[in-house]
Every structure is written in C-alpha cells, then in structure tokens.
Design a protein around this ligand. Sequence first.
Ligand code: SF4
Ligand code: SF4
Length: 359
Amino acid sequence: MSTAEQLRHPIESGVPDPFPFMHPVLKKNYGAWVWHDRPRPGVLRHVAKNGDEVWTVRAGTQRQMDVFTIRTLCDIADRFAEGYVRFTTRSSIEFMVSAADKVAPLVEALTAAGFPVGGTGNSVTMISHTQGWLHCDIPGTDASGVVKSMMDMLHAEFVAEEMPNRVHITTSCCQINCGGQGDISINVQYTKPPKINHDLVAKVCERPAVVARCPVAAIRPAMVDGKPSLEVDEQKCVCCGACYPPCPPMQINGADSTKIAVWVGGKHSNARSKPAFHKLVVANLPNNPPRWPEVAEVVRTILATYKANAKDYERIGEWIERIGWPRFFELTGFAFTRHHLDTWTGARKTMNMSAHVRF
Ligand code: SF4
Ligand code: SF4
C-alpha cells in the first residue's frame, strides 16, 4: 500500500455512512417498510413487505451527556436491545429490537436507570436547545438549564400521548434563535444596548471585527478621551448581543438587561399547514436560574389551555389561527402589550446584507 493510500483523509462535511451502524433488520428491509403503529407511548412497531418486524423504544436523555451516561445507555443496548442505538435530532435515544418479547424488559431497564420512555405521537417531545455556553459566545443564559427545568416539569406529558398533536418546545439563549421554530419557544432577549468599557476596548478588541459583526451597522469606531474606541448608535441597535463575543468590553449581559420571552405557534413541517414562524406572547420574564419558575408557569398555562381547547391533530399554531389571537390571549389570561407590535421599520434600509466592513 502506498503512503498516499495509508493516509486517512478527513471528511470535511456530511454525515458518516449510517449502514455499518444500522440494526440488521433495518438494513435488510431498507426502503421496504409497509406500515407502522405505536403499541404504547415511546414504542414504535414497523412491519416490512416480507413480514419482518422491528420495535423501536424511544427514551429521553439529559441532552448534554457525560461518558458515564453514554456507557450506561450502551450497556442497556448490549444487554436488552441487540446492541444497536441511534439518536434523534432532539437527542432522544432509540433502541431497536427484532422480537416483541424484548420490549418490556428494555422499557423496564431504561426506566430503572432513570431514562423515561416516551416522546412519540401526541406527546410533548424532548425539548431542543441551542448550544449555550458549551459552544457559543453570545448566550445570555444557558439554554440547557432552562430545558432541564422544563423537562422535569413536563415529564408526565413526555411519557403519555395526551396532547391534541405533538408539541415541540425549543429554547434559544439569544434572539438570533439558531434553534429554529417551535410550538412553544423560550428565547433569551437582551433589552438594552451594550455599555462600553472604553478603557479596555483598545487593549482587547479587534475593532473592525466588532463593526462588521453588527447586523444593523450600529457600531462605529470613535476616539474617546484620546484613545481609539467604539460608539453605538442606540437608535439603530436591536440589542442582539452579537458584538459582545469579539469585544467583551461591550457589556450587554446583566440581570437588568437579560430577560426571557416566550413565543408560540412555530413549526417546520408541511403537514396540513405551511411551516410558520413562532410569534411573541410573553416578554420580559426574569432570567431566573436555576429553575426559571416564571417561565415554567407561562409554559404550563399555554399547554393546559391548548390541551383543553384544541381539536384533535391541531398543532398550537393551527389552533390559534382557528380561534384568533384575541381569543388566545383571553383564554390564557396573558396581557397584550406594546411589545407584541412589530413596528421596527429600520431593517428596510439598515440591515447589514453584506460582509463588507463599514466605517
Ligand atoms: S441561540 Fe444565540 S446564543 Fe444561543 S447558541 Fe444560538 S446564536 Fe448562540
Ligand atoms: S451587534 Fe447587536 S447589540 Fe451590538 S450594537 Fe449591533 S445591534 Fe446592538
């Protein structure tokens, strides 16, 4: 073998080939599945053209996992599930077995180890969150903490299928909201423009990088007390927080300027109705770790009202479209305030549409 052949070339993009890791029954019947059902919450049965069956057991995880937890899950897979697992996009783990009598012991082992079995059908599925402090440099709070407290509260709705339709909850740690749209979305909002510590800017900031990062071109270089610094046009600033990572002296993160907003009615799927952006319902909730009780109360109210009033198979956004937003605010008891009106027209002429650095 030549040296060139021995070198392992990195794969720069794309996912690995899934077939070497696939359960043999799934591999054998790839593209040949005829129907499926859900014998109980958290369990799916798929039947192939040739009569082969496979049972999938879905369990919730804590999303950000340590090595001990992954080893525990793999041990369960080896002892109770024929050694095959996969993770869903919402970080649920799925175990596949090829015989019906293996399902109950697997469910029992997962439950005993603290992993709830559920998240299928009309349940509140695993809550997704953005990267938070683990990988991103903008967060106003750690989205995974909000998610953990929500999941504890919603455990009963995860292991049952009692909602009118599935409920996807997402949490984002800034308004850039890289997590996407959700039936209920919990987003951190910065409420004030950054305060600049001018003594530090010249020492630690790359000023062109900060200026380029602002999405509305609100930052300009400026001389302050004879030193090179920056200034912010507060009329333009949309309080996104994007300038903080390249320039930490642009302080935007504080108890008085970091709040949580709850949005509803977003969805990515095309089923029955078009994909939709979620819309603001409650703003300015305190960013109150470690359990965020004010946010939990709002989410609990939305879910209880939806469960009691929506028709079967209506997603939250579809239900609100049918009854109208005024009725939604009446039913939930939330106040309709000026924060619900999107009156900002500045984007038409100031949105930073290119990567050019402006001075
Ligand atoms: S939501 Fe904002 S802060 Fe959180 S990971 Fe995404 S971009 Fe970063
Ligand atoms: S990056 Fe965001 S927070 Fe910073 S000045 Fe621009 S709009 Fe305001």
